[in-house]
Design a protein around this ligand. Structure first.
Ligand SMILES: CC(C)(COP(=O)(O)OP(=O)(O)OC[C@H]1O[C@@H](n2cnc3c(N)ncnc32)[C@H](O)[C@@H]1OP(=O)(O)O)[C@@H](O)C(=O)NCCC(=O)NCCS
Length: 187
């Protein structure tokens, strides 16, 4: 892996580029796959006894950050997160969060996190409880956006995830355009 320092020069757009060095080699989706597990306790719940959505969001960001770092081989920061909560999670549930990269742009990448809960008295069933899509930007040593390796789609699931991720990326880009237009309007 080439370090951020040795790859870094800065283009006129402000994005770190490396015209005289080899581009980062493409990496398969499988190389980014990683799972974290967390046993839920009373400290994780709201007053009604369900686990806080924020606890699941933190877990999603933690595991997705690992997947993003595996893909780009260096530091990456979160710039957007969206999450659907499907079922309540309770104290003593063992929650698994599995992450993989679904899409890459120039310096950004999207990671999907599938979160499931195993109830304390069940050993062979995991219930889907949430799904999150988290966008990261790879950074160089000076905290400037750095191009990410292209993604190699190996399976039909990888290709399906990538098509869906492309649609989300287009929607996010539209939102950014609208946000920037609003910023330019007089107060
Ligand atoms: C990451 C950061 C340096 C990028 O700066 P920026 O001015 O937005 O840079 P750019 O406009 O060149 O965008 C860089 C990439 O991020 C993407 N991006 C930035 N904000 C985004 C958002 N809200 N949603 C989706 N993509 C976003 C751009 O589309 C671009 O992607 P591409 O290179 O693949 O086309 C800056 O947004 C930042 O520091 N954000 C805070 C990150 C942070 O602190 N996170 C929490 C701790 S991890």
């Amino acid at each position: 892996m080439v370090s951020a320092e040795t790859r870094a020069t800065v283009s006129s757009s402000g994005v770190t580029d490396a015209p005289n060095l080899p581009k980062a080699a493409p990496r398969p989706v499988s190389a980014s796959r990683v799972t974290l597990a967390h046993l839920m306790t009373a400290a994780d719940t709201n007053p009604y006894g369900n686990v806080h959505g924020g606890v699941l969001m933190k877990l999603a960001d933690d595991v997705a950050g690992l997947a993003a770092a595996r893909h780009c081989g260096g530091p990456a920061v979160t710039v957007a997160i969206e999450m659907a909560l499907l079922r309540p999670v309770h104290v003593a549930d063992l929650v698994h969060a599995a992450a993989h990269v679904t899409w890459t742009g120039r310096t950004s990448m999207e990671v999907q996190v599938d979160i499931g809960a195993q109830r304390w008295n069940e050993t062979d069933q995991s219930h889907p409880v949430a799904v999150a899509h988290v966008v990261y930007v790879a950074l160089d040593a000076d905290a400037r956006p750095l191009p990410v390796p292209p993604l190699v789609l190996e399976t039909d699931d990888d290709r399906r995830d990538h098509v869906e991720a492309q649609l989300r990326a287009e929607t996010r880009a539209l939102h950014r355009v609208k946000r920037d237009q609003l910023r330019e309007e007089p107060a």
